[in-house]
Design a protein around this ligand. Structure first.
Ligand SMILES: [Zn+2]
Length: 92
């Protein structure tokens, strides 16, 4: 992540250790993604055998690993939006 916005020069790390809070955001998003994985996994594999449980764990880990670059960036932007508000009157 850049140190500041290239357009308005808003700094992105507001204080030392600011990004610790993004761990909670990305954790919550990972739980939501895992729940969505259960939704698509259940009608296909029905949790019939222990292998389907292992299959789900593998598939869920793969989906989370693939979505990780998006997940960490989105969680940072989402967390930053709690503290920095959009200013429509800002001129470059
Ligand atoms: Zn900006």
């Amino acid at each position: 992540m850049k140190d500041e916005c290239s357009t308005c020069h808003q700094i992105t790390e507001l204080e030392t250790g600011f990004w610790w809070g993004t761990g909670y955001i990305s954790y919550g998003l990972a739980v939501i993604i895992s729940a969505l994985n259960v939704v698509w996994f259940t009608p296909i594999f029905h949790w019939a055998t222990i292998y389907s449980v292992w299959g789900f764990l593998f598939a869920n880990a793969a989906v989370l690993a693939i979505s990780m670059p998006w997940l960490v960036r989105f969680s940072r932007v989402f967390y930053l939006s709690f503290f920095v508000q959009y200013d429509s009157s800002f001129n470059k």
